[in-house]
Design a binder for this molecule. Structure first.
Ligand code: ZN
Length: 230
């Protein structure tokens, strides 16, 4: 069953709560490495706070019709992360909460017609504003795990994981990579690609962790190497 707008709004709220709770750490905790090779936890928190502000620009676009891009430039995007990552822990988490509250309030205020406004994402896709809650839920849910404080994909709802796998398979199907036949207990995906499709079977959380590039195996079983996602 395809994800609905209401699902995505629910997951955005749930993921935001998970992320904010997981990021509630002291100076030493936030200074520690995240589970992502290139970022520590502070950089990841700054990225998620900056993402809320950037999506807020698209909410403003939808509300007013005035084109306001997510980021004015790629440089602005990285500068926001680096500046944010230098903030003391308390200030950084205050920005995280403030940005999340502002985004939620902005979305709450949109009416049915405003939600249909076409907006441009940082990846250069034009989508109706109704896609924004899904974009936010992907960020907060996956990065809550990336913080490396003990959360795993098994802590996220099955319907969200299924929607995420749909999304990743759709994106990966357009890029070079191995052909796969992925089977979870209640779902199945055919990923087009090079060679004879390789069977990959596992639990839904393990398949999601593999497809999103967070692990190189599926529940400990070897699986073909995948390129980066997002
Ligand atoms: Zn991200």
């Amino acid at each position: 069953m395809p994800r609905s707008f209401d699902d995505a709004r629910h997951w955005a709220d749930l993921g935001t709560a998970l992320f904010v709770k997981a990021a509630g750490l002291d100076e030493a905790g936030l200074g520690a490495p995240s589970a992502l090779p290139e970022w520590n936890r502070k950089q990841l928190v700054a990225h998620v706070a900056a993402n809320a502000d950037a999506l807020g620009n698209l909410v403003h676009w939808a509300a007013t019709g005035e084109p306001t891009p997510m980021y004015s430039s790629p440089e602005e995007r990285s500068a926001g992360i680096e500046t944010g990552a230098r903030l003391p822990a308390a200030e950084l988490t205050a920005w995280l909460r403030r940005s999340a509250d502002r985004l939620a309030a902005g979305m709450d205020a949109l009416d049915a017609a405003q939600w249909q406004t076409p907006v441009l994402t940082a990846q250069g896709r034009t989508v109706p504003a109704t896609e924004l809650p899904w974009m936010r839920s992907r960020e907060v849910c996956v990065h809550a795990i990336d913080l490396g404080t003990g959360l795993s994909f098994a802590d996220l709802p099955d319907d969200f994981l299924t929607a995420l796998c749909d999304d990743v398979v759709g994106k990966r199907g357009k890029a070079p990579g191995p052909a796969l036949l992925l089977t979870a207990p209640d779902a199945r995906w055919e990923l087009p690609g090079e060679g004879e499709p390789v069977d990959v079977t596992g639990s839904l959380p393990d398949i999601t962790a593999y497809l999103t590039g967070r692990v190189g195996d599926v529940g400990g079983a070897p699986a073909p190497a995948l390129g980066p996602w997002l």
